[in-house]
Design a protein around this ligand. Structure first.
Ligand SMILES: [Zn+2]
Length: 241
């Protein structure tokens, strides 16, 4: 993509700084995704006085091998509640779709439409459904349903969407002060991150956090692809913005 075009878009359609938003909804496929992808930023938004709500699309019931769905759901919901309370999340709404993609995007969209029009968020955070090689149906449905709700059911063209688990971050949030809290919240998902993978897991995110941090002169940062609704339909430059 020509730099001239991208420069023009950045000037004509400046992207908002997501740190300044005050009424945030995070739409999440599973318990643990929010903490792993955006835990530091969420904690920072809270410290700056924002209200932050989680919407959990699935019940997490497929997440523990060797345990029944019923048992798994209970464990993971409890872990999610603990993690959310560490970050200071104001509310969790569970849509309770079965973990594993056996449900319809349009139903999720209906639920999200009601929630967005009720809460009237000024920032929406979710997973990037266009992450190359992303194959998990829950992640694809969650990201796409959120985008479609924003585009077609929640008529507010100034509300940005920030994607985590993205290969194309365009905004970096310094979370060095929130870094320990982020990992405390991640590690409260004990059924998902046992001690055998905790170390490599932490190193992976520290390396990434350092790389993103260097871009903005900070020790650790999280990266997001931030877009305004206009850029989510028939907009050829979105990948390069
Ligand atoms: Zn997930």
């Amino acid at each position: 993509m020509e730099k001239e075009m991208i420069d023009f878009i950045h000037k004509a359609l400046p992207l908002p700084n997501i740190e300044e938003r005050k009424n945030v909804v995070c739409v999440l496929p599973h318990p643990d995704d929010g903490e792993i992808g955006a835990g530091g930023t969420v904690a920072k938004l809270k410290s700056k006085g924002a209200t932050v709500r989680y919407v959990l699309v699935t019940d997490g019931g497929a997440g523990i091998r060797g345990k029944s769905r019923e048992e798994t759901k209970k464990i993971r919901k409890k872990e999610q509640e603990t993690a959310a309370s560490i970050l200071g999340i104001d509310e969790i709404r569970w849509l309770n779709y079965p973990d594993g993609g056996e449900y319809e995007l349009k139903n999720v969209r209906e639920n999200l439409s009601e929630i967005f029009n009720d809460i009237k968020p000024d920032l929406i955070i979710t997973v990037d459904p266009f992450l190359p090689y992303e194959s998990h149906p829950d992640h694809k449905i969650c990201g796409l349903a959120t985008i479609q709700t924003l585009l077609f059911d929640y008529h507010n063209p100034s509300v940005p969407i920030a994607f985590f688990f993205t290969a194309y971050p365009n905004q970096f949030i310094c979370v060095e002060k929130q870094w320990d809290k982020k990992f405390e919240s991640i590690f409260s998902h004990k059924s998902q991150i046992g001690p055998e993978i905790a170390e490599i897991f932490k190193k992976y995110f520290e390396t990434k956090g350092n790389i993103y941090g260097r871009k903005i002169g900070c020790k650790y940062a999280e990266g997001f692809k931030v877009l305004i609704p206009l850029m989510l339909h028939a907009f050829e430059e979105t990948l390069w913005i």
